[in-house]
Unconditional design. Structure first.
Length: 105
């Protein structure tokens, strides 16, 4: 989840989100939502639509990570066995591959 947090901060920088030094995921995700709302108001073009889809998909993953795993792990609410941990790791790895892919033009 710490690796995912670093990716969240990189995404926030890409979208020119302010105050990314905050440790609160909820704040970062709220600021990302605002950046996406601004993007939605831009003139509709094929390029804007591709960027909006890419960033919206990425944003959705962060919400899942936060609610399904991050909060529980970071606040010591749950322990995962090896099988569960490997499944979570696989999800994070797939997501990081997607995030590292070239941004649509």
């Amino acid at each position: 989840m710490r690796a995912v947090e670093l990716a969240l901060r990189v995404l926030a920088r890409r979208l020119h989100v302010k105050k990314i030094e905050t440790k609160e995921w909820a704040t970062l995700l709220g600021n990302l939502d605002k950046a996406l709302a601004i993007m939605r108001q831009q003139k509709r073009t094929a390029a804007r639509d591709r960027r909006l889809q890419y960033y919206s998909e990425v944003r959705a993953h962060f919400g899942v990570f936060k609610d399904a795993w991050r909060n529980h792990v970071m606040h010591s609410r749950v322990n995962y066995d090896e099988r569960q941990a490997l499944a979570i790791f696989g999800s994070v790895q797939s997501f990081m591959d997607q995030l590292a892919s070239e941004l649509p033009k």
